[in-house]
Design a protein around this ligand. Structure first.
Ligand code: SF4
Length: 402
């Protein structure tokens, strides 16, 4: 029997109790009826996808949103059962769910455990109630504490906490307080992202203008927050393994590592993104159209912006996604995948950024320096669309449309 290929599954739940003021994710308020109908359609999609992808087995499942924990425990269990019925799932697969403080209770957590969920990601963002209010979050810090205690009582031993720096009026002191409060709880994983003002959000109207931006921490302050995060988290036994992600040993998020290391992933549900068989696409983003797709007949109407990736696209992606990981990218792995020398192919970008002190070579690894992590977007730009887009240059690579 031929060995199955590794696949990661992302399941999108596009519902939230109310919209946070900075958020541009595909999510919104809805009725229980709409949620029920969506879950039925999602399960139809999972069935149909499982049938057309028999050559894969799932190494991780990530239920994200939105706020998946807004659904009942039984609804989540039904979704996961549908996955198990239609895909081969590795015995030690990482199965995560994103939860919002204030939407969890002991019964839901029991269902999660029964369903095989072994990792929780709690969207806290800040341990300061004023900041939470400003962000438009539905919960207080105490609500979060309650959810966290419930999760521990339900024996979840792999918990991530999301935190956000760069919040309007946030000072280094306040950020440090948030970090310390969270660290005292001893979670296994912390994601520390900085706020991005997204166009079209209430925050863009408030803080997008030159005047509005004055309320945001300046560039230097943000850099100090980043440095402080690393120092404090390392003191508490965490290792930074990606630009914004820290974990205790062995608790790195395997699902996200898959994204950064080029594992194929399938996104199911509204607007979910996929990278599969050298193609990239996302699912229909309009709920009425998503609901109208006859999943059992033809999945093609679901796929939007289907792009065939060239070998050059994949090589560049290997570099700028892989470099997000602090261990860097391996020239040996690159050679195994593409049969070419990474250091020759990207010689200009590597020479330029090592001369600037942003990259360092430790053969066969290439990685960002501390300074390079601060200026990572500048480095990544040097690996983006720099190779010739001529398939004939890479004759060994069979690109089969599906
Ligand atoms: S809970 Fe998350 S997905 Fe929902 S509105 Fe807030 S930030 Fe967006």
């Amino acid at each position: 029997m031929s060995e199955k290929q590794k696949l990661e599954l992302y399941i999108h739940i596009p519902f939230c109790a109310s919209k946070c003021r900075y958020c541009d994710f595909l999510s919104g308020e809805s009725t229980p009826e709409a949620q029920r109908a969506y879950i039925n359609q999602l399960i139809e999609e999972i069935r149909a996808q499982g049938q057309i992808l028999p050559e894969y087995q799932l190494s991780s499942i990530f239920i994200g949103g939105g706020t998946p924990s807004i659904l009942s425990g039984l609804q989540i269990q039904n979704i996961i059962s549908a996955v198990y019925e239609n895909f081969v799932v590795e015995a030690d697969a990482e199965i995560s769910i994103e939860c919002n403080p204030g939407t969890l209770d002991a019964t839901k957590l029991e269902y999660y455990r029964e369903a095989g969920i072994n990792r929780l990601s709690l969207g806290l963002q800040s341990a300061d109630d004023e900041e939470l209010k400003l962000l438009g979050r539905i919960h207080s810090y105490n609500d979060f504490l309650h959810s966290y205690e419930l999760a521990r009582a339900a024996h979840f031993d792999n918990i991530n906490i999301d935190l956000m720096s760069g919040i309007p009026h946030q000072t280094l002191h306040k950020w440090r307080q948030s970090l310390k409060k969270v660290l005292r709880l001893h979670p296994e994983h912390i994601s520390a992202y900085s706020l991005i003002i997204e166009p079209g959000t209430p925050f863009a109207a408030l803080y997008g203008s030159e005047e509005g931006q004055k309320a945001l921490p300046g560039e230097d302050e943000e850099r100090e927050m980043y440095a402080e995060t690393k120092t404090l988290l390392e003191e508490y036994g965490f290792t930074r393994y990606e630009i914004s992600n820290y974990a205790r040993p062995g608790k790195e998020c395997r699902h996200n590592i898959g994204y950064w290391t080029g594992v194929d992933y399938l996104g199911v549900g509204l607007g979910a993104s996929s990278k599969l068989k050298h193609h990239r696409f996302h699912s229909e983003e309009r709920l009425d159209r998503y609901m109208a797709v006859e999943m059992h007949r033809d999945l093609m109407p679901l796929y939007q912006d289907l792009v065939a990736l060239t070998v050059a696209d994949e090589m560049e992606e290997f570099m700028y996604l892989g470099l997000r990981m602090t261990k860097g990218v391996s020239g040996a792995d690159f050679y195994d995948l593409f049969h070419l020398n990474m250091f020759d192919l990207f010689g200009d970008a590597i020479r330029k950024n090592t001369a600037l002190g942003l990259l360092e070579v430790d053969t066969p690894m290439l990685r960002l320096t501390e300074r390079g992590i601060d200026l990572s977007n500048r480095v990544f730009a040097d690996f983006y669309e720099v190779l010739p887009r001529n398939q004939a240059l890479f004759p060994d690579d069979p690109r089969n449309l599906f």
